[in-house]
Design a protein around this ligand. Sequence first.
Ligand SMILES: [Zn+2]
Ligand SMILES: [Zn+2]
Length: 131
Amino acid sequence: MTDRCCRCELTAVRQVLAFGYCLPHLRALYATFEHVGVGLPVGDDDLLQCCRCNATWHGPFGDICWWCERSREAWIEQQAALVLVPPDLHIDLNDQERRQALKAWAHRLRNAVDAGIIDQQQARRALENAS
Ligand SMILES: [Zn+2]
Ligand SMILES: [Zn+2]
């Protein structure tokens, strides 16, 4: 284990994939992770601060942030509810416009499945109900 940060001259507090990181650089690295923050120590005791939402709590170094995780779950639920609503098929749309709207929606559903927001069964059921 190297005792220097791979980005600067500070002492490394943790290794990530064989690279040492000081606390500021570790915080910057964790902040690039999607959706969920990680708790990093502030001060002397075991007080942690989330690198994304700045929530504080007591726990072990690198703890996953409960607040971020909660808001991520809420975000996923919200996105799922939004994407599962079929497009507004106006009565005055012609067949081609209707097909295009459904096709675009199917594409959004597929993206949502790929992103893990809904599962394939939910997407299929939504499409079946709409057609
Ligand atoms: Zn550094
Ligand atoms: Zn957080």
